[in-house]
Design a protein around this ligand. Structure first.
Ligand code: ADP
Ligand code: MG
Length: 137
């Protein structure tokens, strides 16, 4: 799937977000500026969380937002390899009442096998290639 603007990526993520069950985990991979945070904002919007509140957490690594469902949003950019246990991420993965979105998920040493993997690749200034891998249940 190719998107042609940040809005289109946001809308695509919002539609995916509407279909998510409680307890869903979304692992976002892609370079700096790929659009991972734009995607996380779209998911937030689907959960009735103000997307403007969802920023790349600069001091905290994980933020939790309350909407129609709870959203845990982690950004592992500043880390090298992350043991999910050290960040309390394993507890978030187990949180059946929340949706968890992880930016730079490739830095995790472990992730739930049923997580949805989203890769965003730079195509041009305004275009991104988005690949979504939803494991079969
Ligand atoms: P990341 O979190 O992956 O580092 P951000 O979501 O913070 O990236 O930033 C993505 C940047 O790319 C934004 O400045 C956004 O406006 C821009 N952009 C341009 N085209 C797109 C697109 N099709 N989808 C998403 N972002 C895009
Ligand atoms: Mg980001």
């Amino acid at each position: 799937m190719i998107t042609h603007s940040p809005d289109e990526t946001f809308e695509y993520a919002r539609k995916l977000g509407e279909r998510l069950d409680r307890g869903a985990v979304i692992l976002l991979s892609g370079d700096l500026g790929a659009g991972k945070t734009v995607f996380a904002k779209g998911i937030a919007a689907a959960l009735e969380i103000d997307p403007a509140d969802v920023t790349s957490p600069s001091f905290t690594l994980v933020n939790t937002y309350k909407g129609k469902k709870t959203l845990h949003h982690a950004d592992l950019y500043r880390l090298d390899v992350v043991r999910s246990v050290d960040l309390g991420l394993d507890e978030m993965f187990d949180d059946r009442d929340a949706v968890t979105v992880v930016e730079w998920a490739e830095r995790l040493n472990w992730a739930p096998p049923d997580a949805i993997r989203v890769t965003i690749e730079y195509v041009s200034e305004s275009e991104r290639k988005i690949t979504v891998d939803i494991p079969k249940m």
